[in-house]
Design a binder for this molecule. Structure first.
Ligand code: FES
Length: 217
């Protein structure tokens, strides 16, 4: 534990600004509610759904896990509300946050809050074979939901190229399939296998490799 804490100053925040803890043990409504509200206008504009769009959200496509063919929308920072292409990301830079979006109307599937994901680009030569096979030009997509107790993973350790959860300091290695490298988490981070579509967008080639979310009590 002391080693892990010692590395804390080397980590970059993935999110800009202060967000409340969102683990399963805390008030977890902040991020999800903001995301839904923030996209309400965008959904209406893109899909022409208006209030009817909200009515179907609880059980509709926005409450489904990532599906094959989904694109990915960046939801934070300078690239907010941009659909992911490989050239948007700098190799080795901190991940960006987002959600999968439906292939047709690009509606974020953010009602299913375990779809929160991290998008990053790394050196393919440094990946293990299985991880490389899932990447698209070095781009990888992982669940942003810590497999320990469900906090949103917020730290990027650039030197080590590892993700760290601030809640109890679990560490995950994106170069080797999100395997746990430290802390109390027992399960690797689920990932989304990727490919590039005909228009150059990064899309899901399949659904989550495992069910995202924190460990059941
Ligand atoms: S919730 Fe992430 S380490 Fe505990």
């Amino acid at each position: 534990m002391s080693n892990v804490r010692g590395k804390a100053t080397e980590a970059e925040n993935i999110s800009d600004g202060n967000e409340p803890c969102c683990c399963a043990e805390c008030d977890d409504e902040g991020l999800s509610r903001r995301a839904v509200m923030g996209y309400g206008a965008a959904i209406a504009a893109v899909g022409g759904l208006g209030l009817a769009g909200g009515a179907h959200a609880a059980e509709g496509p926005l409450n489904m896990p990532v599906q094959p063919g989904d694109r990915f929308m960046i939801t934070k920072g300078k690239l907010k509300q941009t659909l992911l292409t490989a050239d948007l990301l700098e190799s080795g830079a901190r991940p960006v946050e987002g959600f999968p979006v439906t292939p047709d109307k690009h509606e974020p599937r953010d009602v299913y809050r375990n779809n929160r994901l991290l998008m990053l680009k790394l050196d393919e030569a440094a990946m293990d074979a299985e991880t490389r096979a899932r990447s698209a030009g070095g781009v990888l997509v992982y669940s942003a939901v810590c497999t320990h107790k469900g906090c949103t993973i917020k730290s990027w350790m650039a030197k080590q190229q590892q993700l760290r959860c601030h809640c109890h300091l679990s560490i995950f290695d994106p170069l080797s399939g999100g395997t746990v490298k430290g802390g109390p988490a027992r399960r690797q981070l689920p990932a989304v296998p990727l490919e590039v579509d005909a228009e150059g967008y990064v899309v899901a080639a399949a659904g989550w490799t495992a069910t995202p979310g924190g460990a059941k009590k």
